[in-house]
Design a protein. Sequence first.
Length: 669
Amino acid sequence: MAPSLRVAALAAAAALAPLASAQSLTVDNTTIPATTDTVAPAAANVSTSSSNSTVDLFSSEAVQLTDSVLTNLTALNLSSIDMFTFDDASTASKRSSKCKRSTQCKVMPGNLLYPISLVWDVFGLLLGPGALIKTVPLASPCYTNWNNENTATCAFLTNNWSNDSYIHADDPTSVMWPLYQGATCMPTDEPSNQCTLGGYPSYAVSVSNIAQIQLAVNFARNANLRLVVKNTGHDFNGKSAGAGALSIWTHNLKQIQYYSSLTLNGYTGPAMKLGAGVQAFEMYEAANQYGVTVVGGEGKTVGVMGGYILGGGHSPLSSLYGMAADQVLSMEVVLPNGQFVTASSTSNPDLFWALRGGGGSTFGVVTSVTVKAYPKMQVSVSTFNFVSGGNITADLFWEGIAAYMKYLPTFTDAGTYSYFDIIQIATDTYYFAMAPFFAPKLSQAQLEALIAPLLSDLSALGIPVNALSYWNYDNFYDAWNLHFPLESVGVTTLKTASRLFPRANFEPATGNATLFNETIAAIRYTVEAGSTVLAFNIAANPAGGYPDNAVNPAWRNTVLHAIQAISWDAGSDTATIAAACLKLTNDWQAAWRATCPDAGAYMSEGDILEPNFQQSFYGTANYARLYAYKQQVDPWGLFYAPTGVGSEDWYITGQVTGLPTQNGQLCHV
Ligand SMILES: Cc1cc2nc3c(=O)[nH]c(=O)nc-3n(C[C@H](O)[C@H](O)[C@H](O)COP(=O)(O)OP(=O)(O)OC[C@H]3O[C@@H](n4cnc5c(N)ncnc54)[C@H](O)[C@@H]3O)c2cc1C
Ligand SMILES: *[C@@H]1O[C@H](CO)[C@@H](O)[C@H](O)[C@H]1NC(C)=O
Ligand SMILES: *[C@@H]1O[C@H](CO)[C@@H](O)[C@H](O)[C@H]1NC(C)=O
Ligand SMILES: *[C@@H]1O[C@H](CO)[C@@H](O)[C@H](O)[C@H]1NC(C)=O
Ligand SMILES: *[C@@H]1O[C@H](CO)[C@@H](O)[C@H](O)[C@H]1NC(C)=O
Ligand SMILES: *[C@@H]1O[C@H](CO)[C@@H](O)[C@H](O)[C@H]1NC(C)=O
Ligand SMILES: *[C@@H]1O[C@H](CO)[C@@H](O)[C@H](O)[C@H]1NC(C)=O
Ligand SMILES: *[C@@H]1O[C@H](CO)[C@@H](O)[C@H](O)[C@H]1NC(C)=O
Ligand SMILES: *[C@@H]1O[C@H](CO)[C@@H](O)[C@H](O)[C@H]1NC(C)=O
Ligand SMILES: *[C@@H]1O[C@H](CO)[C@@H](O)[C@H](O)[C@H]1NC(C)=O
Ligand SMILES: *[C@@H]1O[C@H](CO)[C@@H](O)[C@H](O)[C@H]1NC(C)=O
């Protein structure tokens, strides 16, 4: 029998009375006022040694909601709902198979069953001071209707909205791709417009310990609230938005522990344990300080141990070492039933398999991850570009692109990673920029030798290469820090989609030259139609092998992860935007897909409209296993993310075809 916590108001009029005097809790038959001193946080400090792992828990992870804490917090009755207690997945799945969920929706503010404000106050008390944040949209100071208008703040936000991803990562609910929260409350110079909550969650919990995550998970599950997890808000499809939701904001889980030699589940070597809120720049700084290298993403403010690693996570080091998810030794997780567990090859191995590539906000909330670290390494870097125009015709430009792309397998075989873009800069004028060619473990001479045949081919074609430069660094951090710019985000005038093109598409000499030509032609088709291509020459099939996990198998065959974007004029109406989005999916992406129908795409930089996303983002066999596991661990359907495992069982009300957003009610199909 689950212990219960019944929170009650002493007086019938309590809901109207001031907070501290209105609420009380009865502990061991003694009634005490419910204040931040007495009940916050509702947590026990357990031992930092985890039962199933040799890695110590962080101090934040030792603060947990336990059965004995719940038993202790016996209070008078506010309602009969045991709102903060744990549940049991095996009995829940029996219950839900008995009574069919038919068209059940998550409750929204305004719905009869939505928790009254007193319950939110009690939730806030249990969480501890300052943890429960009622959403105030980031750009609300640009509007009068939030009573917080501030012209200086608004000017700052207006000017920095798209070039300063820190401001979104540091906000409890802002997402970096606002199209998916419904583009509500954007910075404006018309303060009389309405700033609405749109697809933003109603409340966020700024978590600093495990107990707070457990309380939020239990509350959302027991009260049938929509639950969202936000780390940085980087996800290309705005997966950390959700109208009316309660959000768990992991940003402040920043602890980092370095192990010079860790022995864990068959691995012995350097390792790092990182909190779920650590961002790439923080991890790389720490690794550099300890004289090691750790696999993470390219973007500076992207999270590492949240959506990034749960979705697979590609890295400038992937051609050498594989995906970020391949580096994981163990994870600490709050499950949908509220319990805190370790996931590793020896503790909850099914969960461990699913979390490494099966996607964020699906199987629970990850609180920390322990990953392998590698020795310090030199890195060489190059940048260059070429352009059409003058004596370089468009046809010749595309021969230059083909000349480059036939080396994609050679370059990843050498362990390198490149980030390049191809854009139309004027009618029938095209630009290719290598920015940068990133070569871990190679000396500058080795990198020059690797690129030399490409430069010679371009020269033979008569294509001048501009601004060719080389650098060499004795460590990863400096190379990464100096050659990847702060990312641009926050725009509502473009939409992206992507494809993991297989190696077999780029082997004209030893493989299929027709297929190679068709692939170049497909990319040319979309760039000529106006697409901006940002692409990575990357592989995830390292010489040292990789573990069995849920990473999309399409990653293991790829040498090109290409993203393309369609854009429209600022101020375009919804119909125009939706039509552009559909064109991207059904025309431009169709051209790319036709060259590799059995391949896939990267879920974390994918198309929210991706056809057959189950096959594309997960692989058919992995998806079946992930879906079955999802039913087992989350029979309540507590965790949801668009295109996440099991998301086909849900829909959001009030959608425009072609432009799905999180601004609507989440309902079971
Ligand atoms: C500018 C830019 C650069 C990028 N560079 C790279 C790159 O180099 N390599 C790469 O692979 N990807 C890259 N990405 C994509 C990135 O991996 C995804 O955006 C990823 O979803 C970010 O994860 P996050 O936790 O930071 O973001 P969020 O948007 O906050 O979260 C993403 C998803 O994960 C869930 N989630 C977050 N934290 C947790 C948690 N602790 N437990 C459970 N679920 C959680 C969220 O609910 C959401 O569904 C980049 C994105 C951008 C915008
Ligand atoms: C609380 O009171 C109940 C009934 O009055 C009693 O049965 C119980 O033993 C008491 N508990 C404690 C811890 O004193
Ligand atoms: C847990 O222990 C830490 C360190 O001893 C302390 O700072 C913190 O307040 C404790 N938290 C709780 C909920 O007891
Ligand atoms: C339960 O309450 C008692 C007295 O109020 C306290 O001493 C004890 O530490 C509490 N136990 C837990 C697990 O919080
Ligand atoms: C608790 O609920 C019961 C049954 O609904 C009611 O009779 C009782 O008065 C309530 N107690 C308080 C203190 O509100
Ligand atoms: C934009 O942010 C920078 C710091 O990142 C700040 O110096 C600058 O003043 C901001 N712009 C405006 C217009 O406020
Ligand atoms: C963003 O642009 C503004 C001017 O528009 C500038 O003041 C600011 O420094 C830039 N911020 C960053 C982080 O580059
Ligand atoms: C310990 O491992 C067992 C076996 O995998 C698992 O059932 C249990 O949940 C684990 N406990 C924790 C706290 O992770
Ligand atoms: C174009 O002009 C440049 C500079 O004069 C020259 O180096 C190059 O070979 C020419 N290419 C072709 C295809 O004519
Ligand atoms: C591929 O394209 C090149 C350059 O346009 C051409 O020379 C070659 O014949 C084509 N190969 C095939 C098999 O179509
Ligand atoms: C080469 O690719 C083309 C185009 O996809 C395809 O029609 C053909 O069957 C392939 N040839 C071989 C030998 O696989």
